[in-house]
Design a protein around this ligand. Structure first.
Ligand code: ZN
Length: 378
């Protein structure tokens, strides 16, 4: 019998103004923290964090961050940790800063903490990082023996962040159930290093259900910069449930296709969740999901504002060279697509990618939804 594995962070804290409690939680973990946050995020949180740290006699030491979790960015943080003898590293920001912090904390053998400044991806809770090039192309997954000691998310920050961040997080989280379901049906193992547990699958499904119920009103809340129960639910779905669900429930085709898409320059500048959504729809086509499910997914993701056509990620069915390269990259040995419950090759992914545009355009026309707009990478 294969073993089943469930991983999770030690502590998850969510709520309006939760950031004011950061010092209280950090002091249980370390005494000499270093914070990684880019200038924009730091401008938003500096006062709250400084007050909170002062209350616990914690020093405030912060460094900036670039755009992607590159191998170089990770190594620079390791040097910083060692030269300052820090005992805990805290990422305040998006998925890239969080991934760089996790990887550096592991290499320097200290504790690490995720403080997402938006509910834009499910990176914060997991014991792995995704490493990219300076251009944002996927390089590798790195796995760690521990999850973050703390994940703290302030829903007022989520409400104040640009709407596109929450949209991206919803795209990332919708994939979680689809990929967990495929992994459950097959024989594949998860990022946690075993078969999925019933618990992880149930959490992935709960994430999906909360999103279908709450995503649209949560986006309304962010447009009004206000925290509502719907926004709390979507924040938890995107961050905690999707995080546990993807790591211990299994990734499959959607994220492998996302990773392939990062190699196409036309997609640069799109958020993780936007590209993942193309992966989700392609996976539904690839696995021959029920027509009703595919059509409802297209309608829902259109209403959320996620791309579900190649046009919206800067590609078209005429980009045969790029689509072929995406299909090849998505099916390399070791990619999560091989957790699908049937053998998948590049031809099958290529065919599914070609099918997406026509299906989405038809469904959008039939259901009175807007036509897709062409994305142009800058
Ligand atoms: Zn993801």
């Amino acid at each position: 019998m294969a073993i089943s594995v469930l991983l999770s962070p030690s502590r998850y804290v969510q709520g309006k103004n939760a950031l004011a409690e950061l010092g209280t939680y950090i002091t249980k973990i370390g005494k000499n923290p270093v914070i990684v946050a880019d200038d924009v995020v730091w401008g938003l949180v500096e006062e709250t964090v400084s007050t909170s740290f002062a209350g616990e006699d914690l020093p405030v030491k912060r460094v900036g961050f670039g755009k992607f979790a590159t191998a170089k960015a990770v190594d620079e943080l390791v040097e910083l940790i060692e030269s300052g003898s820090h005992d805990v590293i805290i990422a305040i920001g998006g998925g890239s800063a969080i991934d760089a912090v996790k990887a550096s904390g592991f290499l320097a053998d200290i504790r690490w903490v995720s403080v997402p400044s938006a509910a834009s991806s499910d990176a914060p809770t997991s014991a792995l990082s995704v490493i990219y090039t300076e251009e944002g192309e996927f390089v590798e997954y790195r796995f760690f023996p521990r999850n973050p000691d703390l994940v703290l998310i302030d829903t007022q920050l989520v409400a104040n962040a640009p709407v596109k961040f929450l949209v991206g997080g919803i795209g990332d989280a919708l994939a979680t159930y689809l990929e967990a379901r495929a992994t459950w049906r097959g024989q594949g193992s998860t990022m946690a290093g075993g078969r999925p547990t019933h618990s992880a699958f149930a959490l992935a499904k709960l994430s999906w259900e909360l999103l279908w119920e709450n995503a649209l009103p949560a986006l309304d809340a962010v447009r009004a910069k206000t925290v509502t129960p719907a926004l709390e639910a979507v924040t938890e779905a995107n961050t905690l449930l999707s995080g546990l669900g993807f790591e211990s429930g299994g990734l499959a085709a959607a994220h492998a296709i996302h990773n392939g898409l990062t190699a196409a320059p036309q997609t640069h500048g799109l958020t993780h969740g936007q590209k993942v959504n193309i992966g989700s729809l392609t996976q539904l086509v690839l696995e021959g999901a029920p027509t009703q499910e595919i059509e409802d997914f297209i309608e829902f993701t259109t209403r959320v504002g996620l791309p579900n056509t190649l046009t919206e990620i800067g590609l078209s069915n005429e980009n045969t060279k790029e689509l072929r390269a995406i299909a090849e990259a998505a099916t390399v040995e070791g990619e999560t697509i091989h957790a699908m419950p049937f053998p998948v090759n590049a031809d099958m992914v290529y065919d599914a990618l070609l099918a997406v545009e026509g299906i989405s355009r038809r469904v959008r026309a039939e259901r009175g939804l807007p036509e897709p707009e062409l994305y142009v990478a800058h």
